[in-house]
Design a protein around this ligand. Structure first.
Ligand SMILES: [Zn+2]
Length: 131
C-alpha cells in the first residue's frame, strides 16, 4: 500500500471518486489468473467476479448479483467469462475424492463430465481433459 501511495500520490483519493468500468470479468479464483494482470488494466477499469472454476450458475446469488449490478448500474459494455488451463476446480470436480463443501459447488461440472464421460476419457484428450 505504501508503495502505491509512493508511486501515485493520489492513488486512493482518485479511486474513491467512483468507478465506470466497461468490462465485467468472470474468472476462476486460481491465484495465477488475476483479471487485472491478464488484461493489463488498472484498478477501476474492470468489474471482477471470481469463483472456483469460474462458474456462472443461475441459482448462485453472488454471481447473479454481480451480473445484475454490472449490467444495470455500471452499464458495462462487455462481459468476459474466462476459464484457465489446468483448472484445479475442474480437475477436482472430475476426480472421485470427497471434496466437502466443494462437492455441491462443482456439481454442474461433474454433471457435464458424467454426460460426456466417454468423450472426455478418450485417449487423445488425456492431456487436455482439465482444460
Ligand atoms: Zn480454475
Amino acid at each position: 500500500m505504501a508503495e502505491k501511495i509512493g508511486l501515485v500520490p493520489n492513488y486512493f483519493k482518485d479511486l474513491s471518486k467512483g468507478q465506470a468500468p466497461e468490462i465485467l470479468y468472470i474468472g476462476c479464483s486460481d491465484s495465477r489468473v488475476t483479471a487485472e494482470v491478464l488484461m493489463d488494466v488498472k484498478p477501476g477499469e474492470v468489474f471482477v467476479h471470481r469463483n472456483i472454476a469460474n462458474l456462472v450458475n443461475h441459482i448462485d446469488l453472488n454471481v447473479m448479483s454481480v451480473l445484475n449490478y454490472a449490467v444495470t448500474v455500471l452499464q458495462v459494455n462487455h462481459i468476459f467469462v474466462c476459464g484457465n488451463d489446468h483448472c484445479g476446480g475442474v480437475k477436482s470436480a472430475i476426480q472421485p475424492a470427497d471434496l466437502g463443501i466443494l462437492k455441491p459447488w462443482l456439481r454442474n461440472i461433474r454433471d457435464v463430465y458424467r454426460l460426456h464421460k466417454d468423450e472426455l476419457n478418450a485417449k487423445e484428450l488425456e492431456e487436455k481433459r482439465y482444460d
